[in-house]
Ligand binder design. Structure first.
Ligand SMILES: CC(C)(COP(=O)(O)OP(=O)(O)OC[C@H]1O[C@@H](n2cnc3c(N)ncnc32)[C@H](O)[C@@H]1OP(=O)(O)O)[C@@H](O)C(=O)NCCC(=O)NCCS
Length: 173
């Protein structure tokens, strides 16, 4: 059936529905995959600055982070890692990494809302992250309510406030 025939019969080409996205907690057994993906995604940004990926630094911080696989329509699309940041009353999003073929379909968008739900569930006031100035992900963060709170030479610190639920007494949690 041609496109015109499909349109005429009422089955016009429509964009694919957004994938169903969930986050699944994983342990240290997943670090090798997460390290590989973070390294391959972020190396171009470092190379542009004449720097190299620092595997030791990344692995050194891994034990203080929570790792979650991003599952889209039942397939692994990438991972996120977070850590609680009580000094800033925030959940810090440390890694946000999708495989190249999974990008541009709304998966990252769904993840940011799930991450906000986690922060809300822990009664943190916000979600915080760092992003390279030249990373197109900045547009996605801005669409999800992140604002720049600090401007470094290479990286920005972004913050998204979390609406807090009310306690039984009617106060903000
Ligand atoms: C950032 C990322 C998680 C977003 O997930 P996604 O599923 O592609 O995002 P969505 O489909 O929901 O939204 C698309 C938006 O993602 C961003 N984006 C698209 N391609 C991107 C890429 N290669 N790198 C970074 N951000 C990208 C853009 O803001 C885009 O919006 P635009 O179309 O208006 O430009 C994903 O693109 C990725 O893993 N990128 C490489 C790793 C990275 O840069 N992570 C962020 C570190 S701070």
């Amino acid at each position: 059936m041609t496109t015109i025939e499909r349109a005429a019969s009422g089955i016009a080409d429509r964009p694919a529905p957004p994938p169903r996205v969930t986050l699944e907690a994983v342990g240290a057994e997943a670090w090798a995959y997460c390290h590989w993906l973070a390294c391959s995604n972020m190396t171009p940004y470092l190379e542009r600055r004449g720097q190299r990926w620092n595997a030791g630094a990344w692995l050194g911080k891994a034990s203080s982070r929570e790792f979650l696989f991003v599952i889209a329509d039942q397939s692994r699309a990438g991972f996120v890692s977070t850590h609680d940041d009580p000094d800033n009353n925030a959940l810090h999003l440390s890694d946000f990494q999708l495989e190249p073929q999974a990008r541009g379909r709304g998966i990252g968008s769904a993840c940011l809302e799930l991450i906000a739900d986690i922060a809300r569930g822990r009664a943190w006031h916000g979600v915080k992250l760092h992003v390279f100035r030249d990373n197109p992900a900045r547009r996605l963060y801005e669409r999800h309510g992140f604002r720049t709170i600090d401007r470094g030479f290479d990286k920005l610190t972004l913050w998204r406030s979390i609406a807090r639920p009310l306690t039984q007494e009617g106060h903000l949690a």
